[in-house]
Write a protein that binds this ligand. Sequence first.
Ligand code: G3H
Ligand code: ZN
Length: 281
Amino acid sequence: MPVIPTGQLIETAEGTGIGAFNVITVEHAEAIVTGAERADRPVILQISQNAVKFHNGQLAPIAAATTAVAESATVPVALHLDHVSDPTLWEVAPAHGFGSVMVDYSKLSYEDNVAETSRAVEFLNSRGLWVESEIGQVGGKEGEEPLSAHAPGARTSPGEAAAFVAETGVDALAVAVGSSHAMTSRDAALDHQLIGDIKAAVEVPLVLHGSSGVPDDELIRAVGAGMVKINIGTALNIAFTEAVRQHLAANPDNVDPRKYLVTAREAMAASVAHFLEVLAR
Ligand code: G3H
Ligand code: ZN
């Protein structure tokens, strides 16, 4: 099935959450598609600027592999470039077949965030791509400690969110409502009142980052309150790494990576299927 534009895929959400999972290796992409097919749900495959950095700064090989895996899917799949602050990366998103980009200037001042985001929106929208940006700060990004699950963090203000959407013309908004990136425990408590207030203030779909640390019942409530795109990364890496650890502990003489990567890929697929079933409830 051909890859579909992210905006088009998001329009099919109709009150459910659309899972957007981070791809680091080709096994991630394969597992995400397998999990989505198992759950019979659409899915977004996303590659972050940090993942590109891991691939020695090369977007093309991982983007091409991810696209090929996406095209083999029997469920709708969209491709998204995530957490991009380097303009030389978001500028090449159209050429690599991405349907959307999250530009991340959330650490800049409000004015600079508006200016940089607007520049990206103008360039990418005119080439048919959907743009997500962040207002407020979801903590725990690379080089930062994850926020404590109960820390207030830097919450998004509904008024500022509305102004930001109006001034930039973004298609989707990532908001800080109590989640934090890279959590390895699932005990984040979301601010559901705030989600509802932001939802009432802006018309574009809302995006929850750092969803690995959010328990299932909180995810269900967040989707009910208006979150649409649900970003999940660390949960897959936990599944991957635990499977590899277990395999190598039980088979210390094995040197064939296929033997442990197959267990890692299956563990990630099971995690994806679980999240997608939860988000559809
Ligand atoms: O943009 C990606 C996500 O926010 C992933 O966050 O790794 O904490 O699930 P996570
Ligand atoms: Zn994120």
